[in-house]
Design a protein around this ligand. Structure first.
Ligand SMILES: Cc1cc2nc3c(=O)[nH]c(=O)nc-3n(C[C@H](O)[C@H](O)[C@H](O)COP(=O)(O)O)c2cc1C
Length: 210
């Protein structure tokens, strides 16, 4: 039995295109992997602690092999719980909107929480940085209002897919499949519905063998 963590980074619920695509992926996934457990985390509904001075201090203490202070340890407790929930999964499904060419701030906050030395990556002078989440898979549904086709001048503005997949790769998650759904605003509602329809069909195809 595998555990799949479904991370929703849109606050738009039933109106969200990325969630609609990821939901369709999971619909097929559940039908084809009935023994697996699926846990859902909506990053706009979840309690995410601020990654503040004490949390940063704890991170640096751990990075330098020192024990965090009492205040830093207290701040670290909730962070550790979130990291444990993240690392316990075998597979990840992400629903990710593009916001200002990147990812929504709640997803950035979540990544700042879970990407931590000794938990999800290691560093040694001899080996440099190493991702610790090896052998895990991810599916990502991306939605954008505009269009950023590969090879076009707009492609350079895509800091959504590039950033998220760089961050996941840093912690060892390199087996990533994705569907990019665009343009969800720029070409009107009918074009968006057609693009979503196609993205859902592709997501269902990928889910069966995920
Ligand atoms: C705060 C905000 C910023 C956005 N910035 C961009 C952007 O930089 N580029 C773009 O193509 N679309 C942008 N959009 C449009 C969204 O990417 C688009 O509506 C997409 O469908 C959102 O995903 P969702 O439907 O899963 O919520 C933005 C939307 C919001 C709410």
């Amino acid at each position: 039995m595998s555990t799949l963590l479904y991370i929703q980074a849109s606050p738009r619920g039933r109106r969200s295109h990325s969630i609609a695509i990821a939901d369709a992926f999971l619909d097929t996934y559940r039908a084809t992997h009935p023994q697996d457990e699926v846990l859902t985390l909506n990053l706009f509904a979840a309690h995410l602690p601020p990654f503040d001075g004490f949390a940063v201090q704890a991170k640096y203490d751990i990075l330098h092999g020192q024990n965090p202070s009492a205040e830093a340890q207290a701040a670290w407790k909730t962070i550790e719980t979130l990291i444990a929930g993240f690392t316990a999964a075998d597979k990840y499904v992400w629903a990710v909107p593009m916001w200002n060419f990147g990812i929504p701030y709640r997803l950035k906050q979540y990544l700042d929480i879970v990407i931590q030395p000794t938990y999800t990556f290691s560093f040694t002078p001899a080996e440099g940085y190493k991702g610790l989440l090896v052998g895990k898979r991810a599916f990502i549904a991306y939605a954008r209002g505009g269009e950023y086709p590969e090879g076009s001048s707009a492609a350079g503005l895509d800091f959504q897919k590039k950033y998220l997949e760089t961050a996941l790769g840093f912690i060892g998650i390199t087996d990533i499949q994705s569907v990019v759904c665009e343009p969800m605003l720029a070409a009107g509602a009918a074009a968006a519905a057609e693009k979503q329809h196609r993205a859902i069909a592709r997501a269902r195809e990928l889910a069966a063998s995920f």
